[in-house]
Design a protein around this ligand. Structure first.
Ligand code: GAL
Length: 715
């Protein structure tokens, strides 16, 4: 080709790129949150499917912060009905988030398609909560409010016209040659004619996460009983079995706050009738009321797929999708009429007789079970949009059933998405890898969701105990015995240790409850990665793993740096380092600052890597210097509204410590009207002299504590 023609062609290409690219216009919508509308976004999106209303007061309290990126480095283009987004990425940034990943914490270098799905063993974007939110180690966050399958190039793609191009090296001779050259952007492809984008200011990554959660309405605040212990019984357990289960817990002295009934409460399931089985449950109301008298609640499993034998089959038929799931109709719950019928059925004879919540199953995938992407929904929303939002909508509308009764709920769900942080549900799945369960717990804090590493069955008592240990340091302490029928005492040789752990869970209720209040009012995730902890050095004690170089197998193989995915932060002060089957000892990275053993109060280390051999009975837990952990006696059930419990305030280390102890009635939504308080706890140690105080209970507000004592854990 003639040179001048080439030049004209490339000039045309350049012009073409820039002509299409739009520099988005951002407006500050809340302090430190900036929004841009690109092209023509779908009307139906994640935030409105979730019904998210920003928690404005919390955002105001965080204060203003400027736009955290260079606006000119962000670009958006709509081409052929698709939206192309590009956000800048510097050389040293690490990226976190992009949903509930199970195997990796670092997301830089990934190509993901964010797609609600059953997790199938690979962090490829298909997961139970593929939240299109990421946070950078440089202290800002990005959220795409769009209910589509978004493809993300998280620092993988290199543009020919990059202003900060990677150095070109010679693979033949240069050891520093890389198969993945530096990429200066996070790019996204959205299969829609536009999208809403949100940028969250820092200055720290935690600040960006907090702003994201507060935009969602703040994190959920479970009822107190939700933070106790829950047992899901075998699927065909009947009313007598439920009563017997509750009695066994009571007789043996194991705490129990709610029992989960699995598919057998329904007369038919897969597809579901949403109707009690009359043989197994002749008088559900009497059972529920009897249980409530014992301070035990019931939670019901369901999936949304309507059996031809369901009482609502005929009425809901016009409002269902073109395709079935497990031979059941799929209600289009984005339609008010479908909602009236469907959630009405979940309310009548269930919520209105005292059922405390639902476990909403099978709203995630996989593809072979769920409706296909060619399914048509009567609302006109695409199958893709419904897939991305179904779990969100289930959570939202069941929560509304409780909200209108001024009663809090806490349940389980298998799919969620961006916008859902305020919805009181915990994600679970059938995948059962203990290590990966912990990585998911870490990543839940980047995704605005809660996750439980549930205990189901185990091959050995060692595995049972190890799983149980990490489970009590998670949002929902639970055995899911739907298939195995296991009980806390299933392994007699560790039954006592399991009881001690369940008791510890109960003792720590004032701590867990306060930490969830901080999730709600301040957006701070109660369970989160070490990387968010000040003074944490992720490279400490970590060797860069030099992978074997076998050019035949993979000509582009590179060394990878390891990440920390087996220890995490729980609440303000605790560092949890789970042990896994077969491990006798493990290493733990303690961030800078002094750390103390949770059980003994002894000094454990400061900004260093320690190796511990805790024995089978202990899960290593450490408390930050000045840490305060409020504890109550190990009751068998969570305290009821207006019930006062003794409070023991444990103090660790030597630094002056403060703690905001949250209190409200624990059961209703009255906190939304201001009926709550944070009490300030202070402890100082000077020349061996200890001064401790707790502010008085706010007059006219619930006061759940009596006989308050302090316990100095560190000599
Ligand atoms: C699965 C669910 C299990 C259990 C089971 C009942 O989908 O993950 O926890 O509820 O269904 O059939």
């Amino acid at each position: 080709m003639h040179r001048s023609i080439l030049f004209i062609c490339s000039l045309f290409l350049c012009l073409n790129y820039s002509a299409q690219a739009q520099a988005p216009t951002f407006t500050q919508v809340e302090p430190g949150i900036f929004k841009a509308i690109i092209g023509k976004p779908d009307n139906f999106n994640l935030l409105n499917a979730a019904g998210a209303i920003p928690y404005h007061a919390g955002l105001v309290e965080m204060g203003n912060a400027g736009f955290p990126l260079n606006k000119a480095d962000i670009s958006a283009t709509v081409v052929n009905g698709k939206t192309y987004l590009r956000f800048p990425l510097t050389r040293t940034e690490q990226l976190y988030g992009f949903g509930l990943n199970f195997q990796t914490v670092y997301q830089r270098g990934k190509i993901l398609t964010l797609h609600v799905d059953n997790y199938a063993g690979k962090d490829n974007g298909r997961t139970h909560a593929p939240t299109p939110f990421y946070v950078s180690s440089s202290g800002y966050g990005v959220f795409i409010n769009c209910a589509r399958y978004i493809t993300v190039y998280a620092g993988t793609a290199v543009r020919a016209d990059s202003k900060t191009p990677a150095e070109v090296l010679d693979r033949n001779t240069d050891k520093n040659w890389k198969s993945h050259p530096y990429s200066d952007a996070v790019e996204m492809l959205i299969p829609a004619e536009g999208a809403e984008i949100y940028i969250f200011a820092g200055p720290t990554p935690m600040d960006a996460i907090r702003r994201y959660n507060l935009l969602n309405g703040g994190g959920c605040l479970p009822p107190r009983w939700g933070l106790g212990f829950t047992q899901r019984v075998q699927r065909l357990t009947d009313a007598a079995g439920v009563t017997a289960e509750a009695k066994a817990f009571e007789d043996k002295g194991y705490p129990l706050d709610f029992i989960g009934l699995e598919p057998g409460w329904q007369s038919k399931s897969y597809p579901c009738t949403f109707d009690w089985d009359k043989t197994r449950f002749p008088d559900p109301k009497a059972l529920v009321q009897d249980m409530l008298k014992k301070n035990i609640r019931l939670n019901l499993w369901t999936n949304p797929y309507v059996s031809p034998e369901a009482p609502i089959y005929k009425t809901i038929l016009p409002y269902t999708a073109s395709h079935t799931v497990w031979n059941g109709l799929v209600p289009d719950i984005s339609l008010p009429k479908a909602r009236d019928i469907f959630f009405g059925q979940l309310e009548t004879g269930k919520v209105d007789i005292g059922i405390s919540g639902y476990k909403m199953d099978e709203v995630d995938g996989g593809d072979g079970y769920l409706w296909p992407d060619v399914a048509i929904f009567p609302s006109g929303h695409t199958a893709e949009q419904m897939r991305q939002t179904y779990g969100l909508m289930m959570q939202r509308y069941v929560t509304e059933l409780y909200h209108k009764r001024n009663q809090r709920t806490f349940g389980l769900v298998r799919a969620s998405n961006g916008g859902g942080a305020s919805l009181p549900y915990v994600i679970y799945n059938d995948y059962y890898n203990h290590q990966d369960f912990i990585t998911a717990l870490i990543n839940s804090g980047f995704a605005g969701v809660l996750w439980t590493p549930e205990v189901r069955a185990s091959k050995t008592s060692e595995e049972w105990l190890r799983r149980f240990q990490s489970n009590i340091f998670s949002p929902m302490a639970m055995i899911n015995a739907w298939s195995s029928g296991t009980k806390p005492w299933t392994f007699p040789d560790v039954a006592e240790q399991v009881k001690q752990l369940a008791n510890l869970r109960m003792q720590m209720m004032p701590y867990w409850y306060s930490e969830f209040a901080k999730y709600h009012f301040q957006g701070i995730p109660p369970f989160r990665a070490m990387n968010l902890e000040p003074g944490f050095n992720s490279t400490q004690g970590i060797k860069v793993v030099q992978t074997k170089t076998n050019l035949e197998e993979n000509p582009y193989e590179e060394s990878v740096s390891k990440e920390i995915k087996d220890q995490y932060m729980a609440g303000e002060y605790l560092l949890i380092a789970p042990m896994f089957t077969g491990q006798n000892s493990r290493t733990i990275i303690l961030p800078k600052g002094k750390w103390f053993d949770f059980y003994t109060g002894k000094f454990a280390g400061d900004g260093e890597v320690i190796t511990v051999t805790p024995g089978l009975d202990k899960i290593p837990v450490y408390v930050k210097d000045g840490g305060i952990i409020p504890m109550m006696p190990p009751l068998l059930h969570a305290p009821k509204a207006n019930q006062q419990v003794d409070l023991e305030i444990r103090y660790y280390g030597n630094k002056p410590g403060t703690y905001n102890l949250y209190d409200d009635d624990g059961e209703t939504f009255n906190y939304e009207k201001g009926d709550y308080s944070f009490r300030q706890i202070k402890v100082t140690k000077q020349n061996g002299k200890i001064t401790s105080s707790i502010s008085n209970a706010a007059p006219g507000k619930p006061n759940s504590f009596k006989n308050i004592t302090f316990k100095m854990m560190t000599e």
